[in-house]
Ligand binder design. Structure first.
Ligand code: ZN
Length: 257
């Protein structure tokens, strides 16, 4: 990942996705926004107790930084619902989605629509198919992970847009690392099939789980970028729920220009 600065904001870009001029993407740090206190300062979460006016201002500066008029957010619920935003549907009568849509992933081929995922330790997984020109953004926390939302999203890209998994490039955002992802109730919470991703105590490696799920979905090893940056260990740069329950949400975004 490369750290970039624009309009006084700091965001990380994936080296693999940087090659494509037709998209904008980034994983924003928590710095240089408007929110105060535990939400200091670039908080994009509307339902975490921060002032909505501050969150709105933060979202606006992020949209401006990405040169987009339409920054689309979800109501994230740790499940596997996927919002499909299609160019071909735009010409027909607009689909009535409740706004924001309740779900944890978005896929779009519409230029100008930038899709955003709010994060505090969960993974934001950005995907792009440069052949079909389709972008996706996935919120994968431990619940999404054990429900394989990543595999489901790749399947949606295939069935809805005709993408081939071997063309898809993926970047996994900074998120809770194996150093900090302790699950003391793992016997109740995490299916046994995933216990091989656990170390000798009760720390799980969700980075490896995501990589395996993307490979199983048909992505190529060299198309998966995993920067190994733990949000809890770097809570000065990223909001971390494990570090402090009452906190903001940083954001990962991707969109076709
Ligand atoms: Zn850590």
């Amino acid at each position: 990942m490369i750290l970039k600065n624009k309009n006084a904001l700091h965001f990380f870009a994936f080296s693999t996705l940087e090659a494509f001029d037709e998209i904008s993407h980034g994983v924003f740090t928590r710095t240089n926004g408007f929110s105060k206190g535990e939400y200091k300062s670039l908080n994009t979460g509307l339902s975490v107790g921060d002032h909505p006016s501050m969150v709105e201002r933060n979202r606006q500066v992020i949209a401006r930084c990405m040169d987009t008029q339409q920054l689309v957010f979800l109501k994230q619920i740790h499940k596997t619902g996927i919002l499909i935003l299609k160019k071909s549907d735009d010409n027909r009568s607009p689909k009535t989605h409740p706004s924001p849509f309740s779900g944890d992933a978005m896929v779009t081929d519409i230029p100008g629509k930038t899709i955003a995922v709010q994060l505090a330790d969960c993974q934001g997984v950005l995907m792009y198919d440069p052949v079909k020109k389709v972008a996706a953004n996935v919120h994968s926390g431990w619940r999404g992970s054990i429900a394989n939302i990543l595999g489901k999203c790749v399947a949606s890209m295939t069935t809805e847009f005709g993408c081939r998994p071997e063309d898809i490039i993926a970047g996994i955002s900074p998120s809770l690392g194996p150093c900090c992802s302790e699950f003391i109730h793992f016997r109740q919470e995490i299916p046994e099939a995933y216990w091989r991703y656990k170390n000798r105590s009760d720390h799980f490696n969700f980075w490896r789980i995501s990589r395996r799920q993307l490979l199983n979905a048909g992505l190529l090893t060299q198309h998966i970028e995993l920067p190994d940056i733990c949000t809890k260990c770097n809570s000065h740069l990223f909001f971390s729920y494990r570090k402090k329950n009452q906190t903001g949400r940083f954001v990962s975004v991707i969109g076709l220009k």
